[in-house]
Design a protein around this ligand. Sequence first.
Ligand code: 4AD
Ligand code: MG
Length: 477
Amino acid sequence: MTRIKIKQLLQSEGTGQDVTVKGWVRSFRNNQFISLNDGSTNNNLQVVVDLNLIPEDIAKRITTGASIAAHGALVASQGKGQKVEVQAKSIEILGDCDPEKYPLQLKNKPSLEYLREIAHLRFRTNTFGAVFRVRHTLAYAIHKFFNDKGFLYLHTPVITASDAEGAGEMFRVTTLDAKNPPLNENGAVDFKQDFFGRAANLTVSGQLEGELGAMAFSDVYTFGPTFRAENSNTPRHLAEFWMIEPEMAFFDLNDNMALAEEMLKYVIGYALEHNREDIEFLTQRLLDEEKQKPQNERSELDLMQKLNFCLENAFAKITYTEAIDILKESPNYKKKKFQYPVEWGIDLQSEHERYLVEKHFKKPVVLTDYPKDIKAFYMRQNDDGKTVRAMDILFPGIGEIIGGSQREERLEKLEGRMKEMHIPTEEMYWYLDTRRFGSCPHAGFGLGFERLVLFVTGMTNIRDVIPFPRTPNNCEF
Ligand code: 4AD
Ligand code: MG
């Protein structure tokens, strides 16, 4: 008999029809009630065991974590908490699980930190089940959003020889002998003898290649892994993260901002619609977690309300210069509560971003026109000679979720800026060619996928929204 997934069974009427169900035992109460989960939904199916029908040697192998197949009648449940249940006629143990050794005995609620250490098993908990189903839905929604708008999904390379952001935070890719690399006349490592005949690294961004695509297809996006060897051990940074980078020809910064806001609202709305139960579960999880905190540190809105609020309200839009003025006028600044200085020209610290989003505007904020000296070389220069057409989108509890800009499409301006910033123009001939051959105004942005998943799931550490996090000193699994 074909197996039916639990999500589907829980939506069916229990009319006594025979069904086969397979999954992992979450608990076995009173030698009678199995809570079975197969990952298709956060909800467990109750399988009722009659010890007169199930041999004792099988029954005692029904332990938490074991994998089983149950065959029986789907009936309306007499107990509360579920509409239907399966009355088992037979049970097969597919994989035993020694309760003495199983690290996920759910008797005491395991901490998120402990679950990170057993990330190979944490998918089997309610919290991570919900988080990764939501992550899946968000990924799907992003592809759907861009596909429906006629964007082309462009696969940009993972291994590259350029540093797109010019920030020098790259992981080297090499097959040279680390103990004894070949050296050139100057005594430096001779990458001419390396696999690619030159130094190569893992990409920090697919943007530059994305721009090449936009100059032919008009609208493209990438969605792939990106790598940053920045030594920031924070709840918002990963060494390997996924980024979505749309790039649009004939777009200016206003078009770019509008698209970013529309996309964020679309994918959040899509998850609310398609992962309602998971988000309800995560909302309750966060409420329980916040009960430990003093009243004044708890969120005003719960997760579900926060997501809906984000959908219903237009993002605030201000320039960097206006943001600095707001910060300087703030009680935090006047009472010297900011740890870092506030001065025109500084890179905003997370405390500044959080003040703007969480205290001042109380909603997502789009900041534009940053000082050129704190932004990448490719951003379009404003006439003031000081600022560039950059935009960052800041989210409550997250800080920067999107970074983007209108691009510098004028060849001389771009080359000038690259020279100022010591970026080799000869090596980047291919990028500059787009400005030589049919250049046009264009813009794009990068959405940090894990930061989006953090926001939608209400989790607080980025290590808990990617299956196997890579961070400084951590590359397990
Ligand atoms: O602001 P970033 O560095 O922008 C770029 O890479 C541009 N090339 C994007 C573009 O215009 N096409 O990174 C974009 C986003 C950030 O806003 C943040 O959400 C995320 O990527 N991000 C990280 N997420 C997790 N861990 C890290 N170490 C991250 N660094 C950036
Ligand atoms: Mg950025």
